[in-house]
Write a protein that binds this ligand. Structure first.
Ligand SMILES: [Zn+2]
Length: 399
C-alpha cells in the first residue's frame, strides 16, 4: 500500500497529466489495485505551471511493493522521462515553460503535513516537502507531493473523458449540446454550463486529449453525468473515462478574510480596478463582473471584506468581496431659504449662500448611499478559478 503522485507531464503529443496517470494505471502489473485518483489544483500563480496547474495522485495496493517499484522505474524511463523539455502547445495564449515531469512514491502517506495547504496558497520549493520513499524527475515532484498529501477536507468529483488520439491536435470537440443542457440541470452537477451565455464549460479550449471533464458534488453524480454525455449520439467516441476526486470548489487556496478601509480607487485598462486600502492594494479584474462593479462603486472611508490571493507582497487579487460599511456621501448643504447649493468661504470658515448670503458653520451635509451592505459578490461562472467555491454553496461566508 502506498501513494503515487505525478505532475507536469503536459505536452502536445502525450497530453495532460490526467491522461498520463490513466495510461499508467492501465499498465499496472496484475495484483496491484488503484483507488480513485485525486486531481489537485495548486497555487494559480506558480511559475512553470502546467495548464490549470493540476497534479494527480493515487493510492495503490500491492502485496509486492518491490515489483511495483520495478514497474514504476521502467515506466518512468520509457514514457515519462522523455517528456522532459518538451513544450506544451495546448494553450497558445499563455507562455508555457518546458515540461519538467516529476513522479513520487510514498510507502506511507505523511500524516501531519501542511505542504498541501501551503502549495495551494503560495510558492513552495521541493526542499520544504515531506521526503518521498522514491522520487523521479524534477520540478513536477512539487505538485506530485502536494497531491499525495492533500488531506481531502472539502472535495468534489470530476469525470474526465479522453477523445480518440487522431482528434487531439484539433480544438473542436463534439459533445451533445442537449445532453449538456440536461446534465447542467441535475442537482449535484456544477460548473457545467454558463447560465447566461449557455456556453458549455466542460471542455477545454486547447489541443489535448480531454474531451470533457464534468463536475459533481458526489462521485455518483459525476459518473452519471459522464454516462449521460457519452450515451448521446452527438457526442464523439472516446478512448476512456475515469473519475477523479478533486479539491475544486474547495476555496482551499484562499486565506482568511481580509478587512480594511478604502482610501481610493483607480480604474485601469478594461475596467480593472485597483482599490487602495489601508492594508495595501486590492485588485478587481476586468473579467470579475460584479466584483469589479462593486469595486468601482467604492468611496474613501468605505469598509470592505475580501477573500483573495496574494499575487505579490501587498497586492491581493480579489475573488470575493462585500461592503461592510458605506461612508456617507458628503455634499455642500442647500440654503433653506432659496434652495441654492451653498459655497465654501475658506478653510474652517463654513459655507454661504451665493443668493441670500445666509451663512452656516457646518460645511458638509451627509447623504446615505444606496449600498447593499454585507452582500458577497463573486466573478461570473466562466471567470472563476477551478478552486473557487461558489458563493451560493457557502454558509461560513454569510455571517
Ligand atoms: Zn439663500
Amino acid at each position: 500500500m502506498g501513494w503515487l503522485g505525478l505532475d507536469d507531464t503536459d505536452t502536445l503529443t502525450d497530453g495532460c497529466t490526467t491522461y498520463t496517470l490513466h495510461r499508467l494505471l492501465n499498465a499496472l502489473p496484475e495484483g496491484i489495485t488503484a483507488s480513485n485518483p485525486s486531481l489537485v489544483r495548486l497555487w494559480p500563480f506558480a511559475e512553470q505551471r502546467t495548464r490549470g496547474n493540476a497534479a494527480v495522485a493515487v493510492e495503490l495496493s500491492t502485496e509486492d511493493e518491490p515489483r511495483l517499484m520495478e514497474f514504476l522505474e521502467a515506466y518512468w524511463n520509457d514514457y515519462l522521462a522523455p517528456l522532459r523539455g518538451l513544450v506544451s502547445q495546448s494553450d497558445q495564449q499563455r507562455a508555457q515553460a518546458p515540461t519538467d515531469p516529476g513522479m513520487v512514491w510514498f510507502s506511507e502517506r505523511p500524516s501531519s503535513s501542511d505542504y498541501y495547504s501551503r502549495a495551494v496558497r503560495e510558492r513552495v520549493t521541493i526542499d520544504e516537502a515531506p521526503t518521498p520513499t522514491l522520487k523521479w524527475g524534477g520540478k513536477g515532484c512539487i505538485g506530485a507531493i502536494a497531491a499525495v498529501v492533500w488531506p481531502k477536507h472539502l472535495t468534489t468529483w470530476e469525470a474526465i473523458a479522453w477523445r480518440k488520439e487522431e482528434r487531439w491536435s484539433g480544438v473542436e470537440r463534439n459533445v451533445c449540446t442537449m445532453a449538456i443542457e440536461h446534465v447542467s440541470g441535475l442537482e449535484k452537477t456544477f460548473m457545467t454550463r454558463d447560465p447566461t451565455s449557455q456556453r458549455s464549460l466542460i471542455s477545454p479550449r486547447g489541443t489535448c486529449p480531454v474531451l470533457f471533464g464534468v463536475r459533481g458534488t458526489s462521485q455518483e453524480a459525476a459518473e452519471m453525468a459522464a454516462a449521460l454525455l457519452l450515451e448521446a449520439k452527438a457526442t464523439e467516441p472516446i478512448i476512456s473515462m475515469r473519475v477523479f476526486q478533486t479539491n475544486q470548489a474547495s476555496d482551499d487556496h484562499l486565506d482568511s478574510i481580509l478587512s480594511s478601509t478604502v482610501k481610493g480607487i483607480e480604474v485601469l485598462r478594461r475596467g480593472t480596478t485597483k482599490i487602495e486600502t489601508e492594508a495595501g492594494d486590492w485588485m478587481a479584474f476586468a473579467e470579475s463582473g460584479d466584483v469589479k462593479l462593486m469595486a468601482q462603486s467604492l468611496q474613501p472611508g468605505d469598509q470592505i471584506d475580501v477573500y483573495g490571493l496574494e499575487a505579490s507582497p501587498g497586492v491581493v487579487h480579489i475573488e470575493k468581496m462585500r461592503i461592510s460599511y458605506a461612508a456617507p456621501l458628503k455634499v455642500r448643504p442647500t440654503c433653506t431659504a432659496c434652495n441654492r447649493t451653498m459655497k465654501a468661504m475658506g478653510t474652517n470658515q463654513g459655507v454661504r449662500c451665493p443668493e441670500c448670503k445666509a451663512k452656516q458653520s457646518k460645511p458638509w451635509s451627509e447623504i446615505e448611499r444606496e449600498v447593499a451592505l454585507n452582500v458577497w459578490v463573486q466573478p461570473p461562472i466562466d471567470a472563476r478559478r477551478h478552486l473557487a467555491r461558489p458563493l451560493e454553496w457557502d454558509l461560513h461566508h454569510s455571517c
